[in-house]
Design a protein around this ligand. Structure first.
Ligand SMILES: *Cc1c(COP(=O)(O)O)cnc(C)c1O
Length: 570
């Protein structure tokens, strides 16, 4: 089975494998060609070939299995460990949001109060009125008092200004202004990033922030602006740290950016760290950009300190390299340090509140870039023709298009430039982001909520691994938010080599996942969909309770036992 299937053979591979999930196909020849540069070109399984042909993401395959699981033959309660949506939320920031909304409404009613109608809030004396209306004996009020106090004392903000910004923001009666990010909000978000992602490095004062509709929008915006501003052109090579969250594999090809992607792979054997050999690929000046998720998804591992050091060296050899690091899982690793903290000049940082705070429905994330960055330098170096073209476009929203920063272009591009003045994340969302950030900042470094969240997923992970009779990875870099399990290895460890070979020859990865859903009501994700090795599945530790992971392991073995009977019978 582990053989390279030429494009001509793909049709055959198609016919053999179940076809129910092809509905969402978006194949085109280009995408196949581009994605073929990947490292599994030589060892593609039928599943991988089919998936590649149709560019079906792991998420779409899982949607199909979710349907199968609903009516599973065993009549089991469904255990969905597919997606990464956490099953816990942060309450402190939500209580604070509600309480502050009430305060803000009372402020609006001061200026006009006529039935359901109120006016804009009034800035003068608002800080004092805030103090008066908060009750220090109430837990939520006490947090809000502490939060505003932190802004005034630690972030040098004027009390009336910060309270007024939050009041107008939560009420949402003005367009976001400045468009990119509210003024004090940007300072708060910067200090939050510094607190949780920079490992002691002081970069808050030299970083711009653009809040976005989650990390997903951040990704789309960045790809678009890099391409639109000709920092990435058709034919350019980009490197992607694989295995990776599927959109990073799909966006470059689906949007016809014409980029050629090269895998910078990591694997189980090196504990999901990137080897020197793979990192060395980035030394070539042909590589224009490097996209990574750190800690990774699906493998859930952070780059080690040694690898960060090597990456710094590599960038010295390719000084114009643009790095995009998606650090959504950063807080799940102790003493995490983002690539941005090491290589601020070259790095675009993407962060999202979705996972840690159970806030996927809010759509809140951000893009951060250094004030001094390679994107702005490359913009200045564009050929005159490109520059003139872009200047003309951006001149409709700024008097000095030539000096418009990359991150401001991202904001403008997010509304097709023309609607720049209506761009920016909704102000209530920005206020919620500030309140979340302040839950961390007021604790001065020791954030119990973050510790609890880490402990929660870690405990589930340890239980799962123990039930699967696999060794748990106790390394500092393991975020334990997901784990990638190689089912074939699992079979070798728990049964024997011969049975493992039989399973590989007789059950494709997707068939295995379908059986698991259809017979046992368990939904996991297809590893090769993330460019992980054949045989792998991603198990999310975020969305079920500890007991469910025991049951998940039990049902998985139940299916393997059934396979084993089939194997013996033959
Ligand atoms: C879940 C996830 C995100 C978050 O996306 P949102 O749009 O903020 O919900 C971003 N990147 C990765 C790698 C993720 O796994």
């Amino acid at each position: 089975m582990k053989k390279y299937i030429k494009p001509a053979g793909l049709a055959l591979a198609f016919a053999i494998v179940s076809i129910s999930f092809f509905a969402c196909s978006r194949a085109n020849d280009d995408s196949l060609k581009l994605r073929n540069v990947g490292k599994y070109e030589q060892t593609m399984t039928k599943d991988a070939a089919v998936q590649m042909e149709k560019e079906i993401g792991a998420f779409e395959i899982t949607a199909e299995q979710r349907e199968l699981a609903k009516e599973n033959i065993g009549g089991y309660k469904v255990i969905d460990a597919g997606r990464g949506n956490p099953n816990w939320i942060n309450t402190k920031a939500r209580f604070a949001f509600t309480r502050f909304m009430n305060f803000a409404l009372s402020e609006c009613q001061r200026t006009l109060n006529n039935g359901d109608m109120a006016g804009h809030a009034d800035k003068s004396g608002i800080g004092e009125r805030f103090d008066k209306s908060m009750n220090p004996a109430d837990k939520t009020d006490a947090f809000l008092i502490k939060a505003i106090d932190y802004c005034v004392k630690n972030l040098n903000m004027n009390k009336d200004e910060i309270v007024y910004e939050l009041v107008c923001g939560i009420i949402g009666d003005f367009y976001p202004s400045p468009s990119r990010c509210l003024k004090n909000t940007e300072v708060i978000l910067n200090h939050y990033l510094e607190s949780v992602l920079y490992n002691g490095k002081k970069l808050a004062d030299q970083t711009y922030v653009l809040p976005t509709e989650g990390g997903s929008a951040a990704m789309c915006y960045i790809f678009h602006t890099l391409s639109h501003n000709k920092l990435l052109k058709p034919g350019d090579k980009i490197a992607i740290a694989t295995p990776i969250f599927t959109p990073y594999l799909q966006i470059p090809s689906v949007n016809n950016y014409g980029l050629v992607s090269i895998d910078v792979a990591s694997e189980d054997k090196t504990n999901w760290d990137i080897s020197d050999k793979e990192l060395a690929k980035l030394e070539s000046k042909e590589i224009k950009a490097f996209f990574l998720v750190n800690p990774s998804n699906p493998a859930s591992h952070a780059l080690s300190d040694a690898t960060l050091k090597k990456l710094e060296e590599v960038v010295k050899k390719n000084p114009d390299l643009i790095i995009l690091t998606d650090d959504v899982y950063g807080t799940f690793v102790n003493s995490f340090e983002t690539v941005y903290a090491r290589i601020p000049y070259n790095t675009i940082l993407v962060y999202s509140y979705s996972k840690l705070y159970g806030a996927t429905g809010w759509r809140i994330g951000l893009i951060a870039t250094n004030k001094d960055n390679v994107m702005d330098k490359l913009l200045a170096r564009l050929p005159a023709k490109d520059k003139n073209e872009l200047n003309k476009e951006y001149s409709i929203v700024t008097a000095e298009p030539e000096s418009m920063k990359f991150i401001d272009r991202v904001a403008a591009d997010s509304r097709s430039i023309g609607l720049y003045h209506t761009s920016g994340l909704s102000t209530p969302s920005q206020v919620f982001m500030s309140l979340i950030a302040l839950t961390n900042l007021v604790e001065g470094g020791k954030d119990l909520y973050i510790e609890q969240s880490n402990e929660l997923v870690r405990q589930r992970y340890i239980t799962l691994m123990s039930e699967l009779h696999l060794e748990a990875d106790a390394s500092d870099e393991n975020a334990s938010y997901y784990t990638l399990i190689n089912v074939n290895d699992l079979i070798k460890r728990n049964y024997d080599e011969k049975f493992a070979s039989w399973k590989i020859a007789n059950k494709t990865d997707i068939q295995f996942l379908n059986d698991l859903a259809k017979k046992k009501g368990v939904v996991l994700m297809y590893g090769p969909g993330f460019d992980a090795q054949p045989g792998t599945v991603r198990i999310s530790l975020a969305n079920n309770n500890e007991e469910d992971y025991k049951e998940l392991a039990r049902r998985l073995f139940e299916l393997l036992d059934e396979y084993h009977k089939e194997y013996i019978a033959q």
